[in-house]
Design a binder for this molecule. Sequence first.
Ligand code: NOJ
Length: 740
Amino acid sequence: MTEQELRQLLKDMSLEEKVFQMVQLPGQNFDTSAAVTGYADRQDQNDPLLSQAGSTLGIFGAAKLKAIQDTYMEKQPHHIPLLFMLDVIHGYETAFPCPLGLGATFAPKIAETCAQVSAREAAAGGIHVTFSPMADLARDARWGRVMESTGEDPYLNSQMAAAMVRGFQGEDVKEPGQVASCVKHFAAYGAAAAGLDYSNVELSRHTLREYYLGAYGAAVEAGCEMVMTSFNSWNGIPCTGNPWLMKDVLRREMGFDGVLISDWGAVGEMVNHGICEDLEQAAQKAAEAGVDIDMCADAYARHLAQLVRMGKVEERTIDDAVWRILVLKNKLGLFENPYKDADEIKEKECFLCQEHRRLAREAVRKSIVLLKNAGDDTRLLPLNREKKIAFIGPYVEGEDMRSSWVVTGSAEASVSIRQAAKEVLPAQNLLFAKGCTLLDNDTILNLDEFHMDGWEEENARLLKEAAETARQADVVVLCLGEHRRQSGEATSRTQIVLPKIQRKLLHTIAQVNDQVVSVIFSGRPLELREVSQYSRAVLEVWMPGTEGGHGIVDVLTGVYNPSGKLPMSFPYTVGQEPMSYSAYSTGRPKPEGMRGDYTTRYLDAPNEPLYPFGYGLSYTTFSISKPVLSSSSMTADGSITAAVTVKNTGDWEGTETLQLYLRDVTASCIRPVKELKGFCQVTLQPGKEQTVSFTVTEEMLRFHNPKEEYGSEPGLFRLWIGASSDCREYVEFELKPSGQ
Ligand code: NOJ
């Protein structure tokens, strides 16, 4: 449609018709098997919303969506197509590693390609918009949704969010195989107090800007078509009703001109928050804040038209919102082809096809982080194929390795560790045992509860069998972890440890065989002290998805040399949460290597995490030289080059991720003790070395000062280049005032 035709369409619509475009109905209203939780409130088949609500979510499948679109458009007075949205978080049919795992690749290109393939499959299944990426900064591992983020760092998250937007949308969302990307949850959803999902967020504006807003901004800059508001309140105001956030920051400062949707029911939740008396007031507040689509709260449907008639909401507000919605539908090409890519043949061709599986396997390999591999000549990893290897644990087979945010596809398409091991390791050297159930009998999960009759007897039997198996083996690979429903939405935990029954398995096995490699599945950093203590080697594999088994066995056997790096600190103890390497400086920093009485420290635990952000080992070793600067000072219009020589000092070809960190030593307000400002990956043969350089520009030195102005301040800066955030050796340079 031309812009003129679109304008005319808007003019031709009645107030009600316009408001209906701003309503998102749960998918159950169109199809009872919808993959969403909530209510189907439109029982009356003559309800005009069934043919006029602008969008729906949670339903998928080419044939189904085409049929729904046909029925809908026949009745839609202006034949405006219905928008289909879905949570395609880390894959549609082919599941990739969960976003936290993708963060661990430190490879935005991989995240972009995974998003591209997810878009291709979802588009074939009739989807127009995905609610992804989640750009929320996540620093509290108790919060279950850290799994959906790419971690604790603003720079890494920005790179990843932008890459995913590019992958989903391509050059033009209208093109086949692309979907529109909805970035969420605006804003600061990840800072939920005490990691408790949906709870309130208290952050200074300074901290909000310094740490939290950047990744959303990067997604907006990458051109995301939609943004979703967050459930939480921020400093006393629910974000969904906060005009400063939505209008001043998102629209004016960041320049977002796409469609703003609320999270599920978030408009109505402003009543529970206690800032609106009823749904009508909530509708008014959300509209005033600039929310274009009310996702499933029924507030706009019931009250918005009336609010306009009463003069409480300007019709202009409605027109602006509907205009943006129509523009999006037009950008997607829906007026010409309301099905977009929905196509049963394409579905068959691309779902889980070889190319997609290959990419998924590659992504799993790159996401795995080697946390420990003790010993020099006696390292257990990579596995020695001549040895008898026992794969033990509930994740060896049968458990779904996709996170709770894969709502499409089937678990059966996944490759288990058992299957993958049998493909490549000599059958006579392989042993398998389940060891225990994945969960304790009283674990509460999101949406259902684990309970098994005869649980104790069954676990006693499994444990005995596992101990016997371990006794016969030279090496035990213990596959342990969280259940997929222990991370994701509404999965906050106060104890971030493995289930008791799995810890018992770990203790028992380590007693009969001390050659233990632990493979940990999780959607969040766990407290791994005990695992590390009882294991000679530890791999973190996240929720790896469809090709989990293959990717993990590739790393275990050395077909792929691990290169993943932690996108979140793994705490020494949960009491340190929330935590990040990139904390503000304090007045009493703990002196290194000393007890540090009356300094910033815990009495009962170190300040440091067990495994820091950016950390991850390889089967080879690397040396990194002290950074050399091209100059010891620069002016705002200049730059400095910082170079290191990285050398592969081990026996394997391997990839190292070099990370550039900066610190502003003195400024008009406190600054983080270290901030990631760049990273790059180098692959080197044994004995080879390479010089790697980063260019430091003034832009990288900017921050929000106490007046909320964004800029740099002259003075001293510290610079590190290392293999993790725990790098120590730094050099210093000066930013000179302009004109010097
Ligand atoms: C609620 C979640 O917070 C959000 O991330 C998701 O996209 C919507 N529900 C839709 O499923």
